[in-house]
Ligand binder design. Sequence first.
Ligand code: HEC
Ligand code: HEC
Length: 291
Amino acid sequence: MAGHKKIDEVTGVETTGHVWDGDLCELNKPLPKWWLYVFYACCVWAFGYWMVYPAWPTLTGYTQGYFGYSQRAAVTAEINAAKAAQDTYRQAIANTPITEVKGKEDLLQFALAGGAAAFGDNCSGCHGRGAQGAVGYPNLNDDDWIWGGTLEQIEGTIAHGIRNGADEARNSAMPRFGLDGVLEPAAISDVANYVRSISGAEQVDTVAAERGKATYAEQCAACHGEDAKGNLEMGAPNLSDAIWLYGNSQEAVTQSIVTGRGGAMPAWAPRLDPVTVKMLAVYVHSLGGGK
Ligand code: HEC
Ligand code: HEC
C-alpha cells in the first residue's frame, strides 16, 4: 500500500501516495475549502441552537434551552391579547342599549362580525347558511315577521326561543282543528281555499273559498286578524301575503289547519352569553328585514 506522492500522468493531478495492486493510485482531491467552512459554520450554528432553543428529548421532558422559548406560550399570549382587544368591545356592547349599537360604527361592525360567526355556529343548521330559511324555519332576510322585527323583539325571540316549554318562551298554539275534531274535513278544505284566495294563490276553488269565509271569521280571525294580516303577539303569521312558513299549496295549508303546526325553537340565553345574543339580534336585524 505504501508509496510516494507523484503527479498522475493521465489527469495531471497529484496522488495521495496510496497505491493498490502495484500501480493503482489514489488522486488527491480534497473537499473545496468553501464547502468545509460552510460545514463547520453549520456545526457551530447547530450547537448554538441546541443551547438556546428546546432541542433534545430527555427521560422526563426535553432540554428547554437558555431562551426558554415555547410555541405554546407564544400562541397563548397572542390569544390573550386578541381576547383583551375583544373584551373592550364586548364590554362596550354590554353597556350599550341594543337600539344604540347601530349608531356607533365600531361597535356595529364588531357586533355584525360576532353575530355572523355565532349565527354560522348555532343557527344556520335550521335557518340556513344565508338565513334564507326552509319549510317550517322562517327566512330571516325578509321583512315578514312572525314574532316581531324590532331589535328588542328579535333579541327576545332569540334569548327565550319559541314553544320550547320555558315560561319566558314565546308561546301560543293554533288549535289542531283537524286532529281534535274542531272542524270537519270539508269545512277545513273550504277555509283552506278561502285563506289561499286572499293571498292570491293559484288554483283556488272560489266556490269553496266563499263557503270558507264564514268559518274564517268565526274560527281564525281572533288570532290571524279580520284582514288576515296576522298578529305578532300571538305569533300568528300573516295569511294575506305571499310568504308562507309551511307552504301555500292546498295540501300544505290543509295540513297547517289540521295539525296547528306549532314550530319550536330552543332558547339561546341558557347557551350563549348575553353579549352574543345581543350581537345575534343586531346581525339578524341587519339582514334586510329589521324594523
Ligand atoms: C332547532 C332549529 C332552530 C335553531 C337551531 C334556531 N332556530 Fe330560530 N326558529 C326556528 C323555528 C322553527 C322558528 C319558527 C317558530 C314558529 O313557528 O314560530 C324560528 C324562529 C326564529 C325567529 C323569529 C322569526 C320571526 O319571523 O319572528 C328568529 C328571530 C330566530 N328564529 C332566530 C334564530 C337565531 C338567531 C338562532 C341561532 C342562535 C336560531 N334562530 C336558531 C328554529 C330554529
Ligand atoms: C289561537 C290562535 C290561532 C287560531 C284560532 C288560528 N291560528 Fe292559524 N296559526 C296560529 C299560529 C300561532 C300559527 C303559527 C304556527 C307555527 O308557527 O308553527 C298559525 C299558523 C297558521 C298557518 C300556517 C301559515 C304559514 O305561513 O305557513 C295557517 C295556514 C293557518 N294558521 C290558518 C289558520 C286557519 C285557517 C285558522 C282557522 C280555521 C287558524 N289558523 C286559526 C294561531 C292561530
